[in-house]
Design a binder for this molecule. Structure first.
Ligand SMILES: Nc1ncnc2c1ncn2[C@@H]1O[C@H](COP(=O)(O)OP(=O)(O)OP(=O)(O)O)[C@@H](O)[C@H]1O
Ligand SMILES: [Mg+2]
Length: 266
C-alpha cells in the first residue's frame, strides 16, 4: 500500500513519516520510505547513519520512461531499483531519495518528480510493501501528479487556520486524482480547542479524521539533539499517538493486500 504525507510547511510531515515508517517496520511490514522533498530531511529523522545518507545516491532520472498511456514508468524492475538505489535505515526501512538541486540556477526538478511518480506507480505491484512518501510543503506534487498513485493521502495539519487552509486546498486537488482515501492528522495539538477545531474542519469538508498527535517537548528535544523521535522518547505521548496512527495504516495495508490478491484471482 502506498501512503503519501502532505501538508503545510512545518506541520510535522517528516517527523510523523519517519516515526510511522519505523513503527510499521517493527510491526513486520516491509517498508519503503521515499523522501519526496527537494530539501531532504527524512534520512535524519529516520536515523540513517550520516555517512550512509551523505553517500546515498539520488534516484537517477534516467530510470523513467515516458509512456503515452498510463504515465511514466520505470525502465527497470521496481525491486531492483529499490535495491540498487535505496539505503537501509534503522528497523530495516529502505530509504529512496528523490534528490535536490545540485547548483543554483540549474533549472527545475521535473524529471526527478517524474521518476518518483514512476517509482510510486510501479510499487503498486508490491501491495504487501508499505511505501510511504514524505512530500514537500508545496502543493506542486498534486499539480504534477506525483501523488497520483497513493492509496492513502494523509494530510498533516496544525490546529490553526492557515495550516487548515493548506489542507483544504490540497484535498480539493486530490479530488481530481484517483486517490481512494484521503484523511487528516492533527499535529502539535495543545488543547481541546485545537483538537476540536480540526475535528470540525474535517466534518465541514467531508474529510476523514485519522488521528491526532499532541504537541510534545519530546519532539522539540529530539530535533535539537538530531536524534530520531522514536529513539529519543520511545515511551512518550507523541510516539504513542503516531503508533496508533501506524495501527490504522497497518489495518488498511492488510485490507489492501487482501483486495489486491483477490483482484489477481489468488
Ligand atoms: N508533535 C509535535 N510537537 C512539537 N513539535 C513538533 C511536533 N511535530 C513536529 N514538531 C516540530 O515542528 C518542526 C517541523 O517538523 P517537520 O520537519 O516534521 O515538519 P514538516 O512538515 O516535514 O516540515 P517541511 O514542510 O519543512 O518539510 C520541527 O522543529 C519539529 O521538531
Ligand atoms: Mg519535511
Amino acid at each position: 500500500m502506498r501512503v503519501a504525507l502532505a501538508g503545510k510547511g512545518g506541520a510535522g510531515k517528516t517527523t510523523i513519516s519517519a516515526t510511522l515508517c519505523r513503527v510499521l517496520a517493527r510491526g513486520g511490514f516491509p517498508v519503503v520510505a521515499i523522501d519526496g522533498d527537494s530539501n531532504p530531511n527524512l534520512a535524519l529523522a529516520l536515523g540513517v547513519d550520516h555517512q550512509a545518507s551523505a553517500a546515498a545516491p539520488y534516484l537517477p532520472t534516467s530510470l523513467v520512461s515516458r509512456r503515452l498511456v498510463g504515465g511514466p514508468s520505470l525502465t527497470a524492475p521496481v525491486a531492483e531499483v529499490v535495491d540498487r538505489h535505496g539505503i537501509t535505515g534503522p528497523d530495516g526501512v529502505r530509504l529512496v531519495l528523490m534528490g535536490e538541486p545540485g547548483h543554483s540556477s540549474e533549472g527545475c526538478l521535473c524529471s526527478a518528480h517524474a521518476t518518483v511518480s514512476a517509482l510510486m506507480g510501479d510499487l503498486g505491484g508490491q501491495p504487501d510493501t508499505i511505501t510511504l512518501i514524505d512530500m514537500e510543503a508545496s502543493p506542486e506534487h498534486m499539480s504534477r501528479g506525483t501523488t497520483r498513485h497513493a492509496d492513502l493521502l494523509v494530510l498533516v495539519t496544525e490546529p490553526y487556520f492557515r495550516s487548515l487552509e493548506a489542507v483544504r486546498r490540497i484535498a480539493r486537488l486530490a479530488e481530481e486524482l484517483p486517490i481512494p482515501r484521503v484523511g487528516v492528522v492533527a499535529n502539535k495539538v495543545r488543547d481541546t480547542t485545537g483538537a476540536k477545531a480540526v475535528v470540525e474542519f474535517c466534518e465541514r469538508h467531508g474529510l476523514e479524521h485519522l488521528g491526532e498527535v499532541p504537541w510534545s517537548d519530546d519532539v522539540v528535544q529530539a530535533d535539537l539533539a538530531g536524534i530520531p523521535l522514536l529513539d529519543a522518547a520511545p515511551d512518550g505521548p507523541a510516539v504513542a499517538a503516531i503508533s496508533r496512527l501506524a495501527g490504522t495504516i497497518g489495518e488498511a495495508a492488510h485490507a489492501h493486500t487482501i483486495a489486491a490478491v483477490a483482484a489477481q484471482g489468488g
